[in-house]
Each structure stands twice: as C-alpha cells, then as structure tokens.
Write a protein that binds this ligand. Structure first.
Ligand code: SF4
Length: 290
C-alpha cells in the first residue's frame, strides 16, 4: 500500500484552447485504452484510502471515449470512487447523459458556461489574472453566481510575473471577494469555496500517482508544465506496466523541481499570489468560525 490517495490519468496532452497563463506543454499524444486499463487495475488498489481519480489533460473531453471507459471501469472495479473532471467545458454537453448517471464525478469548469452551471456539484475554476481591476473580479463572481454556480475554486494566475502594483490589486480583489461572499452568507445564500478543503506541496499542481499518456508514472502532474520538461525524470516513479515495481519516491521532491524549473522572478510572484490566496482562505475560515 502506498501513501498517495490521488491517481491522475493524463488522457490526452492535447487542448483546443490557448488560454493565456496556461503553463502546460501540449503534444499530439493520447493515452491508449490498454494504458488506461492498466493504470486503473494496477494502481488504484495500491492507493491509500479514500482514493480519488482525476481525469486530466490537456483537455480530457477531447477524448470522451476514454472518459467513458475510465468511468465504466471504475464502476466495475471500485464503485463509488470520487472522480474529478477538469475541463474548459465545451465538450460537456456531449457527455451530459453519462454525467447524469455518475454522481461521483465532480466537474471543474474553467469557463462559466450557463449550461455547465446546471451540472450537479459543478465547481467553477475562477482564474484571477494579473492586472484585473478588483471591481471586475467581483462582477465576474456575481455573474457566475447569477448563472447558477455555487462552488468556486479561486486561482490567481500562477507561474507568470506579477508586478508589485498587480499584487496590491490582487489583495484588493480578495478583500472585495470576501465582502461579497460574506454578504451572500449573511443573506442565507452562501457559496462554497473549494480551496478551503485542498492542500498540496506545489501551487496549482497535484501530488499523487500521475500516469502520462505513454504510461510513465510520476509523483506530481507538475511534469505537464512546459518549463518542467528538462526535469521530468527527477519526478519519475516507473511505468504502469510494472506497477509492482514503482519507486517509493522520486529522485527529487516536486517543490525542488519547481524551483529549478522557473525563474526566481516567476517563483517569487507565484509564492506571493499563493500566499495571498492562503490569506484569503484563512480569513474566510476565521469568519466562518467567528
Ligand atoms: S488552461 Fe486548460 S483549457 Fe486553457 S489551454 Fe490550458 S489546458 Fe487548455
């Protein structure tokens, strides 16, 4: 039995969007059905409980067949396992019937499509870019709520430089969001801030067993970041076809690889926005327990 609780399956390295601030490296590579089956059959039983599975990309819904296959196999071998599906949302209508039958799937949508707001338990990944006016950030939150979103994962843009003025603006934006969230809560219309329940050793990325499209297994999906390419082997654990012989831990920890991959300027900005997010979450927790 391993200590990891999360299995990340990189179903595809492709994405049909080109969002500013996306740190991912894209390739024309998809996971094979055999690799997907081997990952679920071989790695899931080795995870610590309670296990979670993340169907990841790229944009995972570019391969709805693999999403369906993964959910069908999970239902057979580990029914009830929590599943996360992050997506930009365009492909969601094509899997609406599938998701309606699978309450265990938590969809994280990065663009607040009105249609996606109707999905049970959907979370809006709410990106805050550098330089956005705090009033605009609050307006976007209010709009997402009007569309029907009730669960939010706040994400300041990571791995890009933020100027001191932009960091000041971010602090003001978080203060404004706290006011809005507090008003909604006082009016009996609270929303959930999903960040409050999540922790990791690196900003944005996840610790766990991460299976790339080619079946190689790593201990963080940090390996998907373009800047991390030269350091990927340091996070390598083995291959999905040899699940019994995975290394207990990689050659380096993810936080060290992060520092070695990005410039000091970008890392300083990343730490600063992550600290602002942590402060925001701590303040929300304190307000909730006051
Ligand atoms: S943020 Fe998501 S949707 Fe946008 S380019 Fe990156 S992977 Fe694609």
């Amino acid at each position: 039995m391993r200590s990891e609780r999360l299995l990340v399956l990189v179903l595809t390295r492709r994405c049909d969007r080109n969002c500013g601030y996306c740190p991912q490296a894209f390739e024309d590579a998809d996971m094979s059905e055999g690799t997907l089956d081997a990952a679920l059959d071989g790695l899931l039983p080795r995870l610590a409980a309670p296990a979670r599975v993340k169907l990841f990309g790229g944009e995972p819904l570019l391969r709805p067949d693999l999403v369906t296959r993964a959910l069908d196999r999970l239902a057979a071998v580990a029914p009830g396992t929590a599943v996360e599906l992050p997506t930009h949302g365009k492909g969601l209508p094509a899997v609406a019937a599938l998701l309606a039958r699978r309450p265990e799937v938590e969809v994280f949508v990065s663009r607040p499509h009105p249609w996606a707001a109707r999905l049970r338990g959907v979370v809006h990944n709410f990106l805050i870019p550098p330089g956005e006016a705090p009033a605009m950030t609050a307006r976007r939150l209010a709009l997402a709520r009007r569309l029907g979103y009730r669960r939010f994962n706040f994400l300041p843009a990571y791995f890009v430089p933020w100027s001191p003025a932009q960091l000041k603006g971010l602090a003001a934006a978080f203060a404004g969001l706290r006011l809005v969230l507090g008003r909604w809560s006082a009016a009996g219309r609270p929303v959930e801030v999903v960040n409050l329940a999540r922790r990791g050793t690196t900003p944005l990325y996840n610790d766990g067993l991460v299976v790339d499209t080619d079946g190689e297994v790593y201990n963080s999906n940090l390996i998907l970041a373009d800047a991390v390419r030269p350091h990927r082997r340091r996070l390598h654990l083995g291959h999905v076809l040899n699940c019994g012989r995975l290394a207990a831990r990689p050659a380096a920890d993810a936080a060290q690889v992060l520092d070695d991959s990005f410039s000091p300027e970008v890392m300083a900005s990343t730490r600063a926005v992550d600290a602002a997010l942590t402060e925001f979450c701590l303040a929300l927790t304190a307000e909730a327990t006051a």
